[in-house]
Write a protein that binds this ligand. Structure first.
Ligand SMILES: *Cc1c(COP(=O)(O)O)cnc(C)c1O
Length: 412
């Protein structure tokens, strides 16, 4: 197994932002120039030592990086196979990995002279992270959120407002994330002069998938260094949940060149395999274009975007980041899905065994790791990306339990 620091395999997009046949810039004419400008500005700061130093300092002092790589001893012993480590992104300020990206983008926006920040949010974690870094820099912040999500995630709406952000409810369509993104796009088109749009996952038009990946790659860079220090060798298997795909690509990217390291992305299997019951784009999706990028999309035969379902709002979206689509085609990363109940059970296991209550999104990765670890040797290593903490989900969990109990009673 190689421990070389320079990967022999990377997945850089071409100049137009294509990862193989995926990605690109499928936007209204009026956004092409601003996206090109953003790409140029980003490529410049990527090479700028001053920018990278400012980002690194804030990641350390404000976000609380490096996050720990924790050996989950009791869980490893309970499963009886591979050693399980958790990359603790749940310990980041605001409780998830999202802030790594929000912070990077807000610094870029400042360099570009933008004074106003907008964002979309589904579960609210990205909205909270963006409201947080906007407050820290004294920038105006507007967050678009579907009204259904606002009800489901009332706590995060309150947090954003406390942080000084304006939360705008979106009432179109399903009133969830997809409509919130469309509304944020409309705002951006109108206010492009002074406004930067912070997209919260490795999605959307070029340069977002590349830029978000780069900002989240701090996760994998740290994990790689930490496991080498701790175990003197690379891990055998990385596991992460995949919504848009930012925490997963952030962990995977620095290991792509390490041939011996297997990787699995875990999508939301929801309630079952029927269209509309899940958000597993790689298990029922097909090539399509959604919100600026070409990728695997859940859609019907006429190309209408289908409804999706997951117990975890953060995985509940009809498209997956284009780089993941490419990594799947290349066979470098495997993708699977985990159903709602299995994820909820994994959340309980991790909480009980390790005293760590993960986010419902994260629980999908935990569930898959629990399936593979027992079949692995005791000298083998699995790293799970613990993308966020579950405090935001306790209400949703309680509602889930109540529904399950109701179901069982009626089945008697
Ligand atoms: C948003 C979120 C996700 C899903 O988004 P990715 O871009 O796929 O990482 C996963 N876990 C947590 C805790 C989140 O907040």
């Amino acid at each position: 197994m190689t421990t070389a620091a320079t990967p022999s395999f990377t997945s850089q997009p071409d100049a137009g932002g294509h990862f193989g046949p995926y990605g690109g810039m499928f936007v209204p004419e009026i956004l092409v120039h601003p996206l090109q400008e953003l790409t140029r500005a980003y490529l410049k700061v990527r090479e700028d030592e001053g920018f990278q130093k400012e980002l690194a300092d804030l990641l350390n002092e404000y976000v609380g990086r490096p996050t720990s790589l924790y050996y989950a001893k009791r869980m490893s012993e309970a499963l009886g196979g591979a050693k399980i480590y958790l990359k603790r992104e749940d310990l980041c300020h605001t409780g998830a990995h999202k802030i790594n990206n929000s912070l990077g983008q807000v610094l870029l926006a400042r360099r570009m002279g933008k004074t106003r920040i907008i964002a979309e949010t589904g579960a609210g974690q990205h909205g909270v992270a963006t409201a947080t870094v906007s407050a820290m820099f004294g920038l105006e912040c507007v967050v678009y959120m579907g009204e259904v999500d606002m009800k489901r995630q009332a706590l995060n709406v309150y947090r954003m407002r406390r942080l000084g952000a304006k939360v705008v409810g979106v009432t179109a369509g399903q009133k969830t994330l997809k409509e919130a993104i469309s509304e944020a796009m409309r705002d951006w088109v109108t206010n492009i002069e002074n406004t930067h749009y912070i997209i919260g996952s490795a999605l959307g038009a070029h340069p977002y998938p590349m830029m978000v990946r780069d900002f989240q790659s701090v996760i994998g860079k740290e994990a790689r260094r930490q496991i080498l220090e701790r175990e003197g060798k690379l891990p055998d298997h990385l596991v992460a949940c995949v919504g848009g795909g930012s925490n997963a690509i952030g962990l995977f990217y620095p290991f792509l060149g390490d041939e011996g390291v297997k990787m699995t992305g875990v999508e939301a299997g929801g309630l079952g395999s029927g269209l509309g019951e899940h958000a597993a784009r790689f298990n029922g999706g097909s090539l399509g274009i959604l919100q600026g990028t070409k990728t695997y999309v859940l859609q019907d035969a006429e190309g209408q975007i289908s409804l999706t379902h997951s117990v975890s709002a953060g995985l509940d979206y009809a498209a997956v980041g284009p780089e993941h689509a490419w990594l799947k085609d290349l066979g470098r990363v495997e993708y699977t899905s985990v159903e709602d109940q299995v994820a909820v059970d994994a959340l309980s296991e991790l909480s009980r065994l390790e005293g760590i209550l993960p986010a419902l999104e994260t629980a999908h990765a935990v569930a898959h790791a629990m399936q593979i670890a027992p079949k692995m040797g005791k000298d083998q290593i699995v790293i799970i990306n613990c993308s966020g903490r579950g405090d935001k989900d306790v209400q949703e969990l309680a509602a889930w339990e109540a529904r399950q109990a109701g179901k069982k009673e009626s089945e008697l």
